[in-house]
Design a protein around this ligand. Structure first.
Ligand code: N01
Length: 553
């Protein structure tokens, strides 16, 4: 890591502190939990590794970092006052603006006083005799609580590539997801970047504008669609906000991922996208063109069966490949940028600003390391099999140990000392993505088995937190102190998650959704692909049937 990576200062320490609830993480999930728990009159402590709130938006400060969900949808809905007063400036907010928003939420609702910063939870153990969790942090905090809630995020453990020699590099080394806090510029520098997922694709155009030369080391190309980002017109926003409640309701109940239809007047029933079979070639081309020009990840929703039907998927992928060839002037570079190894959308679709156009610059070179593999990083740069690239700066945009990484790095022990690491050795198993059998009173917010990374995270966070809070209220009403999910209910949910995934092409993607980017990680499709609306109905149904599949004591 760069020596100037985010520096942590001293913080005071909890010694055998007792709370009703302990929370791991002070990103958006941790913040909303604190807000709701306080409303409920419970004591809570959140432990946060960073020295500020914001989670993923605290750590991912790389140049060009920007949300791929639209600002007006990617924000909290729990407070109508908050949503009215906060002014987003761009259609897709940049990292700094989202971090400011998280800070504003923390301050507006006075949440910081319940957060212990710079404290990384290392161990969480269930004490069955007292029905409570005991937590430890790397700074020596010790805390006990009836409930433990993991708000650790899905993309919070950076995945460093296993390339020999990285630590020998004498130039500046940055990792996208651990970017230093100070302003970084690349003027006059020879820069290399490894990784062409969402992070790399966002960083590359910005670095290219400053660097003397940028070499992009690409192993596998990804599909990317233009964001068409733009400043938000305050008059349009004011008009949109008149209908905010209706919009929020649609985001939560819709069939898709909770991003909604950001037209000013919410339509209760947006016209359902058609399958390719119901359209002529000309209609397909026209609708894809329309979605491409509109911008954003909603492109994948232009045709209803693009993630279900291989032929439809091929049509959509061909459309994007044709776009790449029409934008990138050098035919060999264009061809190298055209993904052919996975169905479009089965790896998270990237959303960019001028990504493909950047390869028309004289100071940018694509190095196809699928053909000429990186052999090592040297003191001076990157050595592929065929040549060495001298560099002043090397950027790693090599992704995350997603969804399970943060949970499995904490020594979590449930009933009888069973380790979560062992329980999940063959892949994560949970009921609703919320609880793991044998780990009483432990909840995972946006855990594996929930819509999580396939959804608008803010929609999913609020839904999960509200569901957990309702469960706790119900327990309090009955004087219950312990809840667990049954192995049978868990098995049923895991089967359902797998059945839904099997109706899609996701299993073919070789993506981080499957853990395929982490050597040795079991290949299990981790998120729930049924959509946020259907998932909410299922969760509400479980609750209305007296928390079917959960046992209380
Ligand atoms: O990571 P990735 P990411 N040698 O795993 C390459 C979210 N996100 O940080 O495919 C050479 O997608 C790897 O190559 P390959 C979003 O959900 C959102 O970019 O393994 N290359 C790949 O190209 C996203 O999906 C936003 O062959 C190596 C890249 O590194 C998720 O985070 C912004 C390598 C990793 O791509 C992860 O995105 C940013 C090696 N040894 C992120 N090891 C927005 O909201 C890895 N690679 C817009």
């Amino acid at each position: 890591m760069p020596s100037d990576a985010i520096a942590l200062s001293n913080a005071s320490i909890d010694r055998d502190a007792q709370f009703d609830v302990v929370i791991v993480g002070a990103g958006f999930a941790g913040l909303y939990l604190l807000y709701r728990l306080r409303q409920m009159g419970l004591t809570a402590r959140a432990y946060e590794q960073g020295d500020n709130v914001g989670g993923t938006w605290y750590w991912n400060r790389y140049p060009g970092a920007r949300c791929d969900a639209e600002s007006l949808a990617y924000s909290f809905s729990f407070s109508p006052e908050l949503e009215q007063e906060w002014q987003w400036t761009e259609r897709y907010a940049g990292q700094a603006e989202i971090l400011r928003y998280a800070e504003h939420v923390a301050d507006r609702f006075d949440l910081r006083k319940d957060i212990r910063f710079e404290s990384k939870v290392t161990r969480a153990e269930f004490d069955a005799t007292r029905s409570e969790w005991r937590l430890e942090t790397d700074r020596g905090d010790r805390a006990r609580a009836r409930f433990c809630i993991m708000a650790t995020g899905c993309l919070s453990v950076p995945q460093r590539p296993n390339i020999p020699g990285i630590d020998d590099f004498k130039g500046k080394l940055y990792q996208a997801s651990l970017w230093p806090r100070r302003e970084t510029r690349f003027d006059g520098e020879r820069v290399g970047i490894i990784g062409t997922g969402s992070s790399g694709i966002q960083a590359i155009p910005v670095i290219a504008e400053q660097a003397r030369h940028l070499w992009v080391f690409q192993r596998t190309p990804n599909f990317s669609v233009p964001a068409c980002n733009a400043p938000l017109d305050p008059n349009w926003v004011a008009e949109f906000k008149r209908y905010y409640r209706e919009h929020r309701s649609m985001h939560k109940r819709g069939a898709g991922s909770g991003f909604g239809d950001l037209e000013i007047v919410p339509r209760e029933r947006a016209p359902a996208a058609m399958t390719a079979a119901g359209m002529s070639d000309a209609e397909i081309a026209a609708i894809l063109e329309q979605y491409w020009n509109h911008g954003g990840a909603r492109f994948m929703g232009a045709i209803a069966d693009s993630l279900m039907n291989r032929e439809t998927n091929r049509i959509v992928a061909d459309f994007v490949r044709a776009k790449i060839r029409s934008i990138v002037r050098d035919p060999a570079t264009a061809e190298a940028l055209c993904p052919t190894d996975h169905p479009i959308g089965t790896k998270r679709i990237c959303v960019d600003s001028n990504y493909y156009e950047t390869y028309n610059r004289d100071n940018v070179t694509l190095v196809n390391v699928a053909h000429d593999p990186i052999e090592r990083v040297t003191a001076n740069g990157v050595a592929t099999r065929d040549r060495e690239f001298p560099l002043d700066t090397l950027v790693l945009a090599t992704g995350f140990d997603a969804m399970t990484g943060a949970l499995q790095r904490i020594d979590i022990r449930g009933e009888g000392g069973v380790r979560l690491l062992d329980e999940w050795a063959a892949g994560p198993r949970s009921n609703l993505g919320l609880m793991v059998a044998g780990f009483p009173n432990l909840f995972t917010i946006t855990g594996p088995g929930s819509p999580s990374v396939l959804s608008n995270m803010l929609v999913s966070i609020e839904q999960h937190v509200d569901w957990v809070i309702d469960l706790m209220e119900a327990m309090r009403g009955k004087g219950q102190t312990r809840v667990d999910t049954t192995p049978t209910a868990q098995d049923r949910w895991v089967d359902h998650v797998n059945q839904v995934a099997a109706q899609t092409l996701f299993g073919e993607g070789g993506s981080w959704y499957l853990g395929a980017n982490v050597p040795g990680k079991p290949r299990v499709f981790m998120p729930y692909a049924g959509g946020v609306g259907a998932y909410r109905v299922i969760c509400n149904g479980v609750a209305s049937r007296g928390y079917e599949g959960f046992v209380f004591a």
